[in-house]
Design a protein around this ligand. Structure first.
Ligand SMILES: [Zn+2]
Ligand SMILES: [Zn+2]
Length: 258
């Protein structure tokens, strides 16, 4: 046997050993976590009406995708309860559809982590939503605006988080909540409308909470201002602010005399 043949045999042996120690599983996990990302395309945010938020204010809710009409009413009820007297008007801005050329920009492809078929998700940058929100906020003379979308989203400013439930932009008084990962269907489980709506509303309260209280997260497990990376963390937390966050809210309330 030649030297080359000897090495070839050795390499073959190592390769078969590697395949037995679940190397592929480990590699798959790594790829799942990293995903496939194309360089993000920047959307320059143009805002001609940047100014400080004054409370009470008016809030608009824009739907990017198909949602049941009842969702808006339920969300408004909870917003009124938790942020009582912060909004003098909460309006439903209806459904918005991205023009095709805008929709296709800035897409990042990531593997769906719970899907064994290795299907890729096309995720959209949050900046894409902020520009639409800024335009709609100005057009409708609103102080604050929220988008609820069924599209998966990634953060334009934070590369550490691959798939977001939502994000707030304080400067532009805008926030976005993505509903896709809040559906039981996403985890290959049976549809649960109540649970889905409850999760969406929790995330709405969380993002609006940021626009009022700032970007800091709360360490309390049951507080709505706790950061959630996984769906289980959303289900564990309540829809309400904890005592500490409520004190912060009181301070804001006091500073605006409301
Ligand atoms: Zn947050
Ligand atoms: Zn809290």
């Amino acid at each position: 046997m030649s030297r080359v043949q000897k090495y070839q045999r050795k390499i073959k042996k190592y390769l078969s050993k590697l395949s037995k120690i679940k190397f592929r599983d480990k590699l798959d996990n790594l790829i799942l976590r990293i995903g496939i990302s194309s360089p993000p395309i920047e959307f320059d945010l143009v805002d001609t009406h940047v100014r400080e938020l004054i409370f009470p204010c008016n809030l608009g809710v824009l739907f990017c995708g198909k949602f049941e009409n009842t969702l808006f009413e339920k969300a408004r009820n909870e917003l009124d309860k938790i942020f009582d007297s912060f909004f003098y008007h909460v309006s439903n801005l209806g459904e918005f559809k991205f023009p095709i050329d805008v929709l296709s920009r800035g897409i990042k492809k990531e593997f769906k982590e719970v899907d064994k078929t290795k299907k890729k998700l096309e995720m959209h940058p949050t900046n894409k939503f902020y520009q639409i929100l800024i335009n709609n906020r100005i057009k409708n003379k609103l102080d604050m605006i929220l988008a609820i979308t069924d599209l998966p989203i990634y953060s334009s400013s934070n590369n550490d988080i691959i798939f977001l439930f939502g994000e707030a932009n304080l400067k532009h008084r805008s926030c976005v909540v993505s509903s896709l990962k809040l559906k039981e269907k996403f985890y290959n489980r049976a549809k649960n409308k109540n649970l889905f709506e409850w999760r969406v509303i929790k995330e709405i309260i969380h993002e609006i909470g940021h626009l009022i209280l700032g970007l800091e997260h709360c360490a309390n497990n049951s507080c709505v201002m706790r950061f959630s990376r996984e769906i289980e963390e959303i289900d564990v937390k309540s829809i309400k602010l904890c005592e500490e966050c409520n004190l912060k809210l009181k301070k804001v309330r006091k500073s605006f005399n409301i």
